[in-house]
Design a protein around this ligand. Structure first.
Ligand SMILES: Cc1cc2nc3c(=O)[nH]c(=O)nc-3n(C[C@H](O)[C@H](O)[C@H](O)COP(=O)(O)O)c2cc1C
Length: 149
């Protein structure tokens, strides 16, 4: 089974999970990099606004075509109870190219369900989902066994 992990991460929490999933599955890794700056306090404010509007932005060139993979693991932080808009941009840019999907999301603690629903709306019904708090990821308080199965 050929797998791709495609993720966006602003402060490396989702990135940590992405790398863990990739190392355990042998998946290729696509880091989604927005050209727009979401770092710092101003970036936080921009991110919240853009996520609510599901704003499409420019991304750096992608390395992989999701169509070439049996499963794509899509990972993003929750922003304003939605998926961070760089992920929504990636999904829209690759519409119709996902064979099977699994979602992994991280958040301080709120907005998991609405984010998973949004991701499903823009892609398809996922094989599996994983929703973890920032704290759980930081403390390694999670297991990937059933998610990557
Ligand atoms: C713009 C913005 C909006 C956020 N909105 C939420 C939210 O609605 N609910 C929540 O629990 N956490 C929210 N967070 C916190 C992040 O989801 C959380 O810190 C996440 O684990 C960060 O992942 P990352 O390091 O991969 O970017 C928000 C963070 C940012 C930057």
């Amino acid at each position: 089974m050929k797998s791709l992990v495609a993720y966006y991460s602003r402060t490396n929490i989702t990135k940590k999970l992405a790398e863990d999933i990739a190392s355990k599955t042998g998946a290729d890794v696509e880091e989604i990099k927005p050209k727009k700056d979401y770092q710092g306090k101003m970036g936080y404010a921009r991110g919240g606004k853009d996520a609510i509007q599901e704003k499409i932005i420019d991304l750096e060139a992608l390395k992989y075509d999701p169509q070439d993979y049996d499963v794509v693991y899509l990972g993003a932080p929750v922003w304003a109870s939605k998926a961070a808009n760089p992920m929504i941009t990636y999904i829209k840019q690759n519409e119709g190219k996902f064979n099977e999907v699994k979602f992994f999301i991280t958040a301080g603690g709120r907005g998991f369900d609405s984010t998973l629903e949004q991701l499903e709306k823009y892609t398809k019904k996922p094989l599996k989902t994983l929703a973890l708090t920032t704290k759980e990821v930081k403390k390694d308080d999670y297991s990937l066994d059933s998610f990557i199965d």
